[in-house]
Design a protein around this ligand. Sequence first.
Ligand code: SF4
Length: 425
Amino acid sequence: MKDLPMVLLRNRKADRTTGLQEYRTSGGYRALELALKELSPKDLCGMVVDSGLQGRGGAGFPAGRKWMGVAEDAPHPRYLVANADEMEPGTFKDRVLIHADPHQLIEGMLLAGYAVGASKGVIFVRPAYGRMAEILEREISKAREAHLVGQHILGSEFSMELEVHRSGGRYICGEGTAQINAIMGLRPQPRETPPRTTEKGLWNMPTVLHNVETLACVPHIILNGPDWFKGLARSQTGAGTKLYCVSGKVQRPGCYELPMGTALREILEVHAGGMRPGSRFKACLPGGASTRFMSPEFLDAEMDYEALRRMGHRLGTGAIIVFDETTCLLRATVNLIRFFARESCGWCTPCREGLPFVEELLDGLEQGRGTREHVEMLRSMADALCNAFCPLAPGAAQPLESLLSCFEDEVLEHLRLGRCPYQTR
Ligand code: SF4
């Protein structure tokens, strides 16, 4: 579409991956050359802080502030981790990015590594992305042959090794501290913070973790400047572009690169082609399974971190899952809770015991066996889940809480009829 910035997906092709030479021809590795010749690590940190880049993995934490979290006198070796675990339901942007342009991620990692003084970078890849792991290993080795990875990169004093780590395959491995444990061969269980991973991460050394999309933004910021990056956004509070993954009852599900802060309505109606014929929008999850259902009154919301936060919602990964008026949201919530219950690491009680209990209550309600008392129990369970040790259970509480508060009539209709009004089973 005309006049839309194409930054992260500019080298995307329908049938193949962009190789090293093609990436260089398109301007790739120029940011790294510039940084190693003319910029100090502190300069890079300052540019990323000024750009307003927020972590694209879900939390939206400012990337530059994370870099600043590594103290100047912090010990070495330091590590960088690129999180390509991407197990949040509905999310597939990192797969698209790696398949389209793996050197963009590699260059982003080298720049981030230079900024924080990391000598080793690990790309943590989920098992379902075996093909992406192979692509990365092949392209890292080509970059090493071209003196872009390894010792004395481009003849400079900066050295950094990169390697791919294949995950054992649990959702919890996407949580930063659990991922650190997984890479070290330990049980992938979240750790208590502080200390933050920027102080004590891999092998107790300073470690910076970023999502793939976050790192892919870095070369463009260094080459074009922080103001250019900020100016790409459509909202006041956003910066850059965002990869929105759209799935569900739309005509053209897919991964769309659009200015951060593009309205939900435009994403769905213009880019994703609108609802399927005969379907009407009922609700969506705006950022994967651990976000709240958004009803039609939010269709004009600007899809950026701050704008949604002000409305009581979360952008999460930007994976928009769309439901139409024929979908039972109670059944959809049962499916989500079942997923979270299965993926619980079992460490803390609210999550380990709470999620299966919630699933049972919801399932009974959906099948017409529920009571008002069960609805009230679910409300208190939505609160109890928020007392868990890591963000998995509070994330699971998001769709549950919004189902009970925004779609209460639909829940009560199941009670009144003694069956599911949508007859989906
Ligand atoms: S909330 Fe508790 S049990 Fe659930 S994944 Fe996190 S640490 Fe494990």
